[in-house]
Design a protein around this ligand. Sequence first.
Ligand code: PSU
Ligand code: MN
Length: 300
Amino acid sequence: MIKRLGDEVAAALAAGAPVVALESTIISHGLPRPANLTVAKEIEEVVRAEGAVPATIGMIGGEIVVGLDPDEIGRLASSDDVVKLSVRDLAPAAVAGVDGATTVAATAAIAVSAGIRVFATGGLGGVHRGASASYDESADLTALSRLPIAVVCAGVKSILDVSATLERLETLGITVVGYGTRRFPGFYLTDGGFDLDWSVERPDQVAGLLRAAREQGVHRGAVIVANPLPIEEQLDPALHERVLAEGLAGLDREGVTGKAVTPYLLSHFHEATEGRSLDVNVRIILRNAALAARIAEAAA
Ligand code: PSU
Ligand code: MN
């Protein structure tokens, strides 16, 4: 098949029960082994504990799967041959018959095509530092400008140009609401340094916002629900600044470009902080998964 729903996801969608889409690139390219597999399972458990059905999305042997089973998740977590797939890669990857992990862009596009309206991830892709020369801006942004889905994330990683990313989110007409805050979160850091125009306090308000957008029938882009870490759980800002500077210098020195940039910087953080950034990353993902499940329930 070209696209297949897992049994549980198919049943939940047919019944109008809450479903949360989850991406697979964080599993294959965003987190180090073997923590990646443990975390992938924990994310699903958190979604279930909140009463929703998890739909981890990826590609197995060229087939898009919405609701990977545990064996398939294990395959994406442990093989060296998993290809990072954005939206434009999906058709060639199907023809090549590869195993692939979907980015935020591809996961959101597949989720919407399957009728899923809530998605949890760690942090979005965005505008990279130096993008005015390199043009390196994640396809996550343009994809989300066209997709009616709520994306729960902790903002965009501080490895990016956060200010430029916020400008592009505005230009592309992507709604951004802070969850319990009017400050845009900085992924590892609670506060990314910029104000937001809107905030919500409860999951049912996000559900109401999605309903309003549907009933208005005007805005067709995504709603980013920016969920910050509590301040006591953030990465130490001084450590963060030092490790980031080293990572950016490493990119230059080793000539890393294109879709290798995000995985390179993430793994640098995990190594250079001796796992502290990994712990923070995992907390972010689990908190976002729990919130997404509550939103999905309120919207169901
Ligand atoms: N944020 C994370 N970990 C990740 C990513 C984002 O905390 O692994 C992944 C997501 O899948 C996102 C992708 O869609 O990186 C963006 O990559 P690029 O910049 O190449 O578009
Ligand atoms: Mn890129």
